[in-house]
Design a protein around this ligand. Structure first.
Ligand code: F6R
Length: 596
């Protein structure tokens, strides 16, 4: 959450910072701002509320002079969304400008002290406190590096900060805790960012800073010290395929990323052939396995619980929402914990993982982003190989998380999946009951019939319920339609009361074992006036004669969840667009939830 960027070199800083911020915008889009230092050492700031394009137009961000600067795109924590609260923030003298990702937990206490010493504050943010604290430490006679060192000690919480300190022509930084901060070095120039994506167009080798790091970069020097005495980490290569970051001709990233599913699914299947032996061995060693994840990654965890329990019949496997994990006391020392996170940055996942590791509990990560904090601290890892995902809503990464669990279960049917994706997204006109529609057209048809309704139900049994949960989350998240998921059998225990004329119900039916009951659920809802749509497979579709359905090519039911979610993603996407929303930037949300 929150994107931070810094540039120093021979080129004009502002346009480069804007390009870096564009790549970071998925981490927050409440407000945006830039600070640069001109040739006379004066700091100039421009910022405003809204997207980069909007603020760029209104405030001419790119006209700020100088070849050194910092930028920020905000997801608000402390303080409302306003221009005053937009970063960068400054001290009383205007000589220090700061951008920040994370939370300063003891900011209020420090603010009180600084107010008593006469500092004046202009925002409600925790960030501004840091600028004034450094000002105060400099006043006491400390050097900037000493002030940064002292600040890391005094400030509580997890944070990454980049700052300008006039008239020094350096980008200063400090990092405490789990939030990423990465330095990239070019010839006569340097870059700092909170996500390696923003560095990918400029440099190939980067330095991931460790917890407790502080220092500066100038045009030709990198200086890093560490409060805890950690050695300087080695530089690493960036593994991002920059050509797949853009929208590739689609109107929205979410839509493009759904169409990227076949490519990345087959990438993962090839990877899994050779690279997950260590993870399987680890899994086989433990009898009790806990799986933690948040949001879509929790849904993938639930799939993992269900499918691995079928395969490893003697193991006790349980999926737990990551933020609830610390409240559970049923964890004993001889457990294995599987942590699932696309970003590898989610605080709710990292926090327990950090503690588990301290207590010697092994952690197997299922992660997309290499070199993320989770990747680095895990005992063993499976990379889901889903490429960069920039739409806020997880789509292709959820699919590959599911495939990762299928691979850990040794499911041979994993190999069928890429072909099935090719069929539904590349070739096939589906059997939707209306003849020759493509899957996307069928999803659009369903979206058209529900986008103006306030609520919807998503129903399914067992692995179908996981798909239902994921479908309901997706439509809530991007189209703001209130959607609830239930195990189909639960409907009659209360929720059925909500069904009335035209109430949309999406019913997942994926297994011969459940199909008779699924048909009964279908009858129960349509007899009460609901508009029901069935998502099913070719071999089951005859059970839904007369229904409006989407039928998918048959796959082994153990891997069906990966296929079932594709039409659900498309329905959510189209519903958002029909309602006039940008599915790539859902309100109040951001990708990589790095706060508690
Ligand atoms: C939903 C979504 C979120 C994430 C969740 C965890 O579409 O994207 O629910 O799944 O915030 O994120 P990661 O997987 O990065 O830990």
């Amino acid at each position: 959450m929150c994107g931070i960027a810094g540039y120093i070199g021979n080129r004009k800083a502002a346009p480069i910072l804007i390009e870096m911020l564009r790549l970071l915008e998925y981490r927050g889009y409440d407000s945006v701002g830039i600070a640069t230092m001109d040739s006379r050492g004066r700091i100039r700031i421009s910022k405003g509320v809204g997207s980069i394009d909007k603020v760029l137009k209104e405030k001419k961000l790119d006209s700020l002079p100088g070849n050194i600067g910092i930028g920020h795109t905000r997801w608000s924590t402390h303080g409302i969304v306003s221009e005053e609260n937009a970063h960068p923030h400054t001290d009383c003298t205007g000589k220090i400008a700061i951008v920040h990702n994370g939370v300063i937990q003891n900011y209020f206490e420090i603010k009180r002290e600084l107010l008593a010493k006469g500092h004046r504050f202009y925002s409600e943010t925790d960030t501004e406190v840091v600028a004034h604290l450094i000002e105060e430490l400099l006043k006491e006679g400390k050097t900037i590096l000493e002030a940064l060192r002292e600040s890391i000690k005094r400030l509580q919480g997890d944070f990454s900060i980049v700052l300008l300190a006039s008239p020094e022509r350096r980008l200063y930084f400090m990092k405490k805790g789990l939030l990423p901060l990465i330095i990239g070095k070019g010839k006569g120039e340097a870059f700092v960012a909170s996500d390696v994506i923003a560095l990918a167009p400029y440099t190939k080798r980067v330095l991931y800073l460790e917890d407790g790091s502080y220092g500066y970069v100038s045009r030709d020097e990198i200086k890093v010290e560490n409060v805890y005495g950690k050695p300087l980490p080695k530089r690493k290569n960036i593994s991002i395929d920059a050509s797949r970051i853009d929208k590739g001709g689609f109107a929205h990233r979410m839509h493009k990323e759904i169409y990227d599913i076949p490519h990345f699914a087959s990438l993962f299947v090839s990877y899994a052939e050779h690279h997950i032996k260590g993870a399987i061995e680890l899994l086989e060693t433990y009898d009790k396995i806990r799986i933690i994840g948040a949001g879509s990654s929790y849904h993938a965890s639930l799939y993992g619980e269900m499918v691995l329990s079928r395969i490893y019949k003697n193991k006790h496997i349980k999926a737990i929402v990551a933020s609830e994990f610390p409240n559970r006391i049923d964890l004993v020392e001889d457990d294995l914990v599987i942590a699932v996170s696309q970003s590898g940055e989610t605080y709710d996942v990292l926090e327990p993982v950090r503690r588990l590791k301290e207590n010697g509990v092994p952690v197997l990560a299922i992660v997309n982003r290499r070199n993320s904090e989770l990747d680095r601290i895990a005992t063993e890892r499976v990379y889901i190989e889903a490429g960069v995902e920039r739409a806020v809503a997880a789509t292709k990464t959820f699919v590959n998380q599911v495939l990762a669990f299928a691979a850990l279960g040794g499911l041979e049917s994993l190999n069928e999946v890429p072909k099935a994706f090719d069929k539904i997204l590349k070739e096939r006109r589906n059997r939707s009951g209306l003849g020759s529609e493509k899957l996307d057209e069928a999803a659009l048809r369903i979206a058209k019939s529900l986008y103006d309704k306030p609520s919807a139900f998503y129903l399914g049994r067992y692995l179908g319920y996981v798909a239902a949960k994921e479908g309901a989350l997706k439509i809530k998240e991007v189209s703001y339609i209130h959607a609830e998921s239930y195990p189909s059998g639960e409907l009659k225990h209360g929720p059925l009361a909500l069904i009335s004329k035209d109430f949309p119900v999406i019913l997942i039916s994926y297994s011969e074992k459940h199909v008779r009951k699924d048909r009964s659920t279908y009858e129960e809802v349509i007899s009460r006036g609901a508009n029901a749509y069935v998502i099913t497979f070719d071999s089951l579709v005859e059970n839904f004669e007369g229904a409006s359905y989407i039928s998918l090519p048959d796959v082994d039911e153990n891997v069906s969840t990966a296929i079932l979610v594709v039409p659900l993603f498309l329905i959510a996407y189209h519903a958002a667009v029909l309602r006039g929303y940008d599915p790539d930037k859902p309100r109040n949300l951001a990708k990589s939830v790095t706060v508690e």
